[in-house]
Design a protein around this ligand. Structure first.
Ligand SMILES: [Zn+2]
Ligand SMILES: [Zn+2]
Length: 363
């Protein structure tokens, strides 16, 4: 057990160290692609023959100024979307439990349901899209008291030491917060911790990540097509291996990212973070049920803050309508099952507390 804990601590520390290096390397690769486009491809595109390319004139098969400009504008649009979404993914907090408590009166953290219900928007002041989402919450709102039973023993951000009893209280958390051992915090709707962005992916930053992984393969195929058409130029004929390897790298990334996109966007449309999907597959959470909204439109709205499919793909700083406390179930939960879960979790908490007491006494 101790060896396992040490190993997971080592892995978390390793991911923490390697994260900034990977982030810098992504910016380095983007810079390298800019250099290649402006110094190696664009001059050749402008003057050389490039047959069969859709944008080239069928008469001359030579790129003119206008076609080169169109390609350069497309390049800039793709580059901006990649850099913007990538930067926002690592810059924006995914939605940590600590911030969740900070946003509320800390004195009430012992009774979070009070604050939760008091702060819940009423139908009179919310827009119609949010109203549409809220209709799903009605069937689970009565059970929210029970869903705050989960407490995280690993989060250390609250000063919860009770002077009178000498007991360290453990912060309660909503059902859809999951603990990340790298960030050492619970994250709302946590998908996974991505070392490539050195951040967790949660409710607040998942949309930027989804757009980053969407625009990445699009730009790979764009650059790959350009390279395919400039490879016959005398300059590249001197380095046949080099251009072939570069095309291979772009095609490889395109294929890998396409599969990854399908998986991530499928989960987004279903409204299920990766962790909850895995838990539901293992039957750990509510006997295989998940918490996504039944409508794809509602799930898009929760993640992107809009239902307009064109606005989804545009760079934006709009905020999300929900906090991650709202969910639905595939069927109405029956109270008996909730109580059984409650008793099971309380038993686990008691056992953990006893184990911790023994550990502390021993030390
Ligand atoms: Zn935690
Ligand atoms: Zn994390």
């Amino acid at each position: 057990m101790l060896v396992e804990n040490l190993k997971s601590a080592d892995i978390s520390q390793g991911v923490n160290v390697i994260g900034p290096v990977l982030v810098l390397s992504v910016y380095g690769l983007l810079g390298f692609n800019c250099y290649m486009y402006f110094c190696c491809y664009l001059p050749i595109l402008y003057v050389s023959k490039v047959p069969y390319f859709p944008l080239s004139s069928p008469d001359s098969h030579i790129f003119g100024v206008s076609q080169s400009m169109i390609l350069t504008i497309i390049f800039f649009i793709l580059l901006f979307n990649i850099v913007f979404n990538y930067t926002m993914t690592w810059l924006i907090s995914p939605g940590k439990l600590q911030e969740f408590y900070d946003a509320r009166d800390k004195e009430h953290h012992e009774n979070p349901n009070y604050e939760l219900k008091k702060n819940r928007p009423t139908n009179a002041i919310v827009n119609k899209d949010l109203k549409a989402c809220m209709r799903h919450t009605k069937k689970t709102i009565d059970y929210i008291d029970d869903d705050w039973i989960i407490r995280c023993h690993k989060c250390k951000f609250l000063d919860n030491h009770d002077e009178e009893t000498g007991i360290n209280k453990v912060p309660a958390k909503p059902l859809r917060f999951h603990h990340c051992s790298v960030c050492r915090n619970c994250v709302v709707n946590m998908d996974h911790h991505c070392p490539w962005v050195n951040n967790c992916l949660g409710l607040k930053n998942l949309r930027y990540f989804l757009l980053f992984i969407f625009y990445l393969p699009v730009s790979n195929i764009f650059i790959g097509m350009i390279m395919w058409h400039v490879r016959s130029h005398p300059y590249y004929k001197n380095f046949p291996m080099c251009s072939q390897v570069m095309i291979g790298v772009h095609v490889g990334i395109f294929i890998a990212m396409s599969f990854f996109n399908c998986w991530q966007w499928y989960l987004c449309l279903k409204g299920i973070p990766q962790i909850e999907y895995l838990q539901s597959m293992e039957g750990e959470v509510n006997e295989g049920k998940t918490y996504g909204f039944p409508s794809i439109c509602d799930n898009i709205y929760v993640t992107f803050g809009t239902k307009n499919i064109f606005k989804v793909f545009l760079p934006s700083l709009r905020s999300q309508p929900l906090e991650g406390l709202e969910w639905t179930m595939e069927e109405v939960i029956n109270k008996k099952k909730i109580m059984e879960t409650h008793e099971r979790v309380m038993r686990i908490i008691e056992e953990t507390n006893e184990a911790q007491d023994v550990e502390i006494n021993w030390l």
